[in-house]
Design a protein around this ligand. Structure first.
Ligand SMILES: Nc1ncnc2c1ncn2[C@@H]1O[C@H](COP(=O)(O)OP(=O)(O)OP(=O)(O)O)[C@@H](O)[C@H]1O
Length: 264
């Protein structure tokens, strides 16, 4: 009997990263994979290594050990234009990741300069379509980034990221700076983009409530290492690791209904 192994879109194998002048690794022997159209959340407390891992996946940092493969090809050395195009990042705070003086039009079309093959035949129609995809009126194209609300700015960041047709979006705390109601709207936008475009997401967050809303699979990090990973339902309903259980308990405490004392 023959079997054809499906290549994951992204495969992180035994990756370790130590920052210069640091004694302990920021990421220690981490492995995870993401399939096409899959949403994988990496969750853990501040300092557990999540952002370092995200930066390595998009090529901003190079692992000291282990490998990162894209579509079955190990990403070593300089990435090709196609590899860079395929993995895009959305940052935490759209107000600091977007140039406040640039118009939305300039920001969203920016990627077409470095990736001309992604430029649509009719760029203006392409811009209007991208705005529609992220739920913004085309009338905002001539506003500057500083004139946008936080939620609008994060939608523009997402439009910029998807303008060149990536297959994987790395979202590093992409909703943490937003109000809870705006968070929910951005999460449903990301879920819709997964359905419409087949986008995969590597979703970095410290917030288990966010993970519950969006993830197919969850990777729990603690002190630079993966302590547990699996389907979201298993992690939430049958956590095996004591750190995962403690994380879940802390959220359950927060979510517990308030108890009122009878003043009488
Ligand atoms: N540029 C850097 N130089 C040296 N050490 C760093 C650097 N960036 C992060 N670190 C250290 O690496 C470890 C992991 O940090 P990282 O930012 O990846 O964690 P995190 O889980 O994303 O936390 P946070 O949500 O607070 O960013 C921490 O000990 C942090 O202090």
């Amino acid at each position: 009997m023959t079997s054809t192994a499906v290549k994951p879109l992204l495969d992180v194998r035994d990756v370790s990263i130590t920052y210069p002048r640091r004694k302990t690794p920021a990421v220690d022997d981490v492995s995870l994979s993401i399939g096409s159209g899959e949403i994988v959340a990496v969750v853990g407390e501040s300092g557990s290594g999540k952002s370092t891992l995200a930066r390595a996946v998009v090529g901003l940092l190079r692992p000291d050990r282990g490998s990162i493969s894209h579509d079955g090809t190990v990403l070593a050395g300089r990435r090709t234009t196609a590899q860079r195009r395929d993995i895009q990042m959305v940052f935490q705070d759209p107000r600091s990741s977007l140039n406040p003086r640039l118009t939305v039009r300039k920001i969203v079309a920016e990627g077409w300069r470095t990736h001309p093959s992604a430029r649509p035949a009719d760029p203006e129609a392409g811009l209007v379509q991208l705005m529609d995809r992220v739920g913004l009126p085309a009338g905002l194209l001539d506003r500057t980034a500083e004139q946008l609300s936080g939620g609008q700015a994060q939608r523009v960041s997402i439009a910029r990221a998807i303008s060149i047709g990536p297959r994987l979006l790395v979202c590093d705390e992409a909703v943490s700076a937003l109000d809870v109601s705006v968070q929910t709207q951005i999460l449903s936008l990301l879920l819709r983009l997964r359905d419409e475009l087949g986008l995969a997401l590597l979703f970095i967050t410290h917030d288990l409530g966010v993970v519950r809303q969006i993830a197919d699979r969850v990777v729990v990090m603690h002190s630079a290492r993966v302590v547990e990973q699996g389907p979201a339902d298993d992690i939430f309903e049958r956590p095996r690791d004591s750190y995962t259980r403690a994380l879940l308990d802390s959220v359950l405490d927060l979510a517990a209904p308030p108890t009122y004392e009878d003043p009488a």
